[in-house]
Design a protein around this ligand. Structure first.
Ligand SMILES: Cc1cc2nc3c(=O)[nH]c(=O)nc-3n(C[C@H](O)[C@H](O)[C@H](O)COP(=O)(O)OP(=O)(O)OC[C@H]3O[C@@H](n4cnc5c(N)ncnc54)[C@H](O)[C@@H]3O)c2cc1C
Length: 384
């Protein structure tokens, strides 16, 4: 399984992007307090996404003909790494850039590509992902939302989605729906539809999470009419398409950097208070070493994407290890600060720690739960 997981270096032409990109990001994040930067994935800033789009940093791997840059997954690695390590607000363009754009490029018709991709690349068409439903999160094959096809080829959509990140700010949802059979048929009979969220019959209700943020939503469809061209890819092939889409979603560097602004802030705190004892250096060294190894593994997975392969098992492995690291960081840094109660800790460091401690459990849920990923890894090893 690991015969191709050799460590790779990023190409010079991709590394060369960093200085200009850092300048744009620094301009945008300088005024954002650290605890808001820790929200990076959830940080919704449509103006920043349009700025990135204008500068050519969205849709990097999409065809030039449709507004993309036709560059390699390494290019995207560099851009995503810069954005997340600075805690830039990426939510507005995130789904379109990571999932919906590649999906449309791969399975869409030329008309769909021409309509959606240039706007995704400009950071103008905002997408959300409608997979989960009450009763089918990990078990996506159990999806019950149904689209019935009329004689004229149009669709009538009924059902409910849940945990839809940023549905209330998005223009479109790519929904996984049942177009034939029943949920007992499992994977067969599922399709993907592009739903214009302004269509009549759609109700979007934000869900407030325990940090007080509302980035999720419930989405209800009541007799929503969609045109024939809402179908993306082939009718009945939704399962195959979604599996491929989740592979794009899991294979990037995204699963390593969620707590990284806290490591930076804690390091600054250590410098400020002048704490350099052995236990502190051991913890700092251990976090740095883990981060470095995970980054190398993530680059190795990216190299396989560059080679045109689909490293589903390795991507699952890096996601599982990466989220374990992201979850450990707030706990270890919290324990460390708690063990030094006399040190002056600035409020923003404290708020960042608090926020990450609250959301860390979600890191191993979003994009596929830990148990489900381990099932994929076990299958890859021939154990299931
Ligand atoms: C921050 C965040 C953002 C999200 N954004 C989106 C989004 O934009 N769009 C979207 O569609 N969904 C989204 N989700 C939903 C997410 O993908 C689901 O929550 C997730 O897949 C789990 O589904 P569930 O909550 O229904 O839990 P369940 O599937 O009910 O799982 C409950 C528990 O049982 C375990 N389990 C389930 N099945 C198995 C199995 N076969 N073997 C072993 N253990 C199993 C799970 O690992 C979990 O621990 C998001 C979730 C989070 C946390």
């Amino acid at each position: 399984m690991f015969d191709k997981l050799t460590l790779s270096v990023l190409p010079d032409e991709d590394e060369a992007l960093r200085p200009a990109l850092r300048e744009i990001i620094a301009g945008a994040v300088a005024a954002i307090p650290l605890d808001r930067r820790a929200r990076s994935w959830q940080g919704f800033d449509a103006a920043f996404s349009r700025l990135l789009g204008e500068a050519g940093y969205i849709g990097l791997s999409l065809p030039r003909k449709f507004g993309g840059a036709e560059r390699s997954p390494f290019t995207r690695f560099v851009v995503v790494e810069e954005l997340l390590s600075a805690g830039a607000p990426v939510a507005a363009h995130w789904m379109g850039d990571r999932q919906s754009g590649p999906l449309i490029a791969h399975y869409g018709t030329d008309e769909q590509r021409a309509f959606y991709l240039p706007r995704i690349c400009r950071g103008e068409a905002l997408f959300c992902i409608g997979m989960s439903e009450p009763g089918s999160g990990s078990d996506l094959a159990n999806v019950r939302t149904r689209a019935a096809r009329g004689d004229d080829g149009s669709w009538l959509l009924n059902g409910q989605k849940i945990w839809t990140t940023n549905a209330m700010h998005s223009d479109y949802m790519i929904a996984l729906v049942r177009t034939s059979g029943t949920s007992a048929d499992r994977q067969s009979g599922l399709s993907q539809l592009i739903v214009d969220l302004k269509s009549p019959g759609i109700t979007i209700r934000p869900i407030v999470d325990l940090t007080g943020d509302a980035h999720f939503a419930e989405v209800f469809f009541e007799d929503v009419h969609l045109p024939p061209e809402a179908l993306i890819g082939e009718e009945g092939q939704g399962w195959k398409q979604v599996t491929a889409e989740l592979a794009f979603e899991r294979s990037g560097p995204e699963r390593i950097y969620s707590s990284v602004v806290l490591i930076d802030a804690w390091t600054r705190h250590l410098r400020a208070v002048g704490r350099l004892d052995t236990a502190t250096l051991r913890l700092l060294g251990s976090l740095t070493a883990q981060l470095a190894v995970l980054r190398e593994m993530s680059i190795a997975v990216t190299a396989r994407l560059v080679a045109g392969e689909s490293p589903i098992v390795e991507a699952s492995l890096v996601k599982d290890l990466g989220t374990e690291f992201e979850q450990a960081v707030p706990q270890l840094i919290g324990d460390d600060l708690g063990a030094h109660p006399d040190e002056p800790t600035d409020n923003v460091l404290y708020r960042t720690l608090l926020y990450l401690t609250h959301v860390a459990p979600s890191f191993s849920l979003r994009g596929g739960t830990r148990e489900v990923l381990r099932g994929i890894i076990a299958r890859g090893l021939g154990l299931r």
